[in-house]
Write a protein that binds this ligand. Structure first.
Ligand code: ADE
Length: 367
């Protein structure tokens, strides 16, 4: 991942990215952070980069030309057109989904403003994304850029020792992390929850999920309103055995996998609500064992439940059938050999599903 930070204060960036995990990632060549001093691109012999605002008012405005030249200097070095992110309190408020989306890029230009802001015209021409790191005003964009670099770099393979921790984190499910404990077993008369000493991984995972839910409800009820539980239902004998788990893990930490090839499960009535999301993996069309769609859904019931199809084929009449059943059709993703075997491809689908779900839930809130 290559970051190009356009700033009047390069030291502010360097002082944060040269130490700890980012410092190590840089030394190992996993990330590259280049600072570009906007002042070096001044169009003025006194190296001035700001001027008085038209229309009057307090403060100075950064001129368009030095910013434009600085952006162009980076673009000229790159073959592709990079996204240009302007850090501003007027931007989209950063969250984990945005971080993951930006982590898909190979190059990012981060533009840091100062004073009262930057001449609107160069923003119009050069900026692709406006991002805020929270609803408060900083003295400049540098701390925002550092936050962005830190959060994105966690998704660069190899940056974290334990790759799992980036992907399996509960924040990806709009949930806060469960509480953590280490030795000693008793501290200030407080014992570590017994279940964590049990060695029963399934029970521990369920306990952690429950604690995450509890904690989110207590501390961030706003997040909880946007959190969902994913259920992967797979049906068809030709589905590669590792696919349901791979997909589920890429999308969520706390997913449930249901093997719908099992007769017993087909006979069980499964009801889902508005905070459930179904990932329905449908096997390839095989003339010898054509899947009867109506039959497959016989015992499935939704109530405003989002449902995605993942298949090597497009399911017939899916929308009508689903509406009858109380499901909302959220999208179809075609699965190919490539998407199944390549982790990166699977991650892309997973991210798209999460983004779509976020968006659909947000729209639902407005309604
Ligand atoms: N620059 C000033 N305030 C900011 C904020 N809240 N987020 C990002 N950049 C900023």
């Amino acid at each position: 991942m290559n970051y190009y930070v356009l700033t009047l204060f390069p030291e502010m960036i360097r002082s944060t990215v040269d130490i700890s995990i980012l410092g190590r990632a840089k030394a190992n060549g996993l990330i590259n952070v280049e600072t570009v001093n906007i002042r070096d691109y001044s169009a003025n012999k006194h190296n001035r980069v700001d001027d008085y605002p038209y229309g009057g008012g307090a403060g100075m405005v950064m001129e368009a030309e030095p910013v434009y030249r600085a952006v162009e200097s980076v673009k000229a070095k790159l073959q592709t057109k990079p996204r240009v992110v302007y850090l501003t309190p007027q931007g989209r408020v950063l969250n984990q989904t945005i971080v993951e989306e930006l982590a898909m890029e190979e190059n990012l230009i981060l533009l840091c403003g100062h004073y009262e802001g930057i001449d609107e015209r160069v923003l119009q021409e050069a900026v692709t994304d406006y991002i805020s790191i929270g609803d408060y005003v900083l003295t400049g964009g540098e701390l925002g850029a550092a936050v962005l670099i830190d959060a994105i770099s966690r998704f660069v393979p190899g940056v974290l020792n334990n790759q799992e921790s980036a992907w399996f984190e509960s924040m990806q499910d709009n949930l806060l992390e469960y509480p953590h404990y280490t030795r000693p077993e008793i501290w200030h008369e407080m014992a570590v929850p017994e279940i964590l000493l049990s060695g029963d991984h399934k029970k521990i995972e369920d306990w952690r999920h429950e604690k995450s839910l509890e904690r989110t409800k207590e501390r961030r009820p706003d997040l909880l309103a946007r959190s969902v539980r994913y259920h992967t239902i797979f049906y068809g004998t030709d589905i590669p055995s590792e696919l349901p788990e791979k997909l589920t893990k890429a999308v969520t930490r706390y997913g449930e996998i249901l093997d719908y090839n099992r007769r017993k499960l087909q006979k069980t009535r499964l009801s889902f609500g508005p905070s459930d999301v179904i990932l329905f993996i449908l096997g390839q069309d095989d003339p010898a064992s054509t899947i009867d769609f109506r039959e497959a859904f016989r015992n499935l019931k939704g109530r405003g439940t989002l449902l995605y199809f993942l298949s090597g084929r497009v399911p017939p009449d899916s929308e009508i059938l689903l509406l009858e059943k109380g499901f909302l059709f959220a999208g179809t993703y075609l699965l190919t050999e490539q998407t199944i075997s390549q982790e990166e491809e699977m991650s892309k689908i997973a991210l798209e599903i999460r983004k779509k779900t976020d968006k659909m839930l947000a729209n639902r809130e407005i309604i």
